[in-house]
Design a protein around this ligand. Structure first.
Ligand SMILES: [Zn+2]
Length: 88
């Protein structure tokens, strides 16, 4: 069985050692409300603009997934403050 490496601190995790898988999914949410700030939107022009963006860039705008391997210490640090909020 191959060993793993902690994605955060690069520590080698040997076969049989405890480690964690951290999967983060970030996706666009829709609350059912469409805000139209400017009534003069040219829909055809907007669609044309969107078509010129690379497909993977548009997908990334809607859904992004991260997958990390964490050693026990890095898992504790991550879980204590996953959004890096200011402590105080
Ligand atoms: Zn680590």
């Amino acid at each position: 069985m191959a060993s793993h490496t902690c994605s955060k601190c690069r520590k080698i995790i040997h076969p049989g050692d405890l480690f964690y898988r951290c999967t983060i999914k970030v996706f666009a949410e829709f609350d059912g409300v469409i805000n139209i700030k400017n009534n003069k939107i040219d829909v055809e022009k907007e669609f044309e603009k969107a078509r010129s963006y690379p497909e993977d860039l548009i997908e990334e705008e809607v859904f992004k997934e991260f997958d990390f391997t964490l050693c026990p210490r890095c898992k504790e640090i991550y879980c204590a403050n996953p959004l890096h909020l200011p402590l105080g």
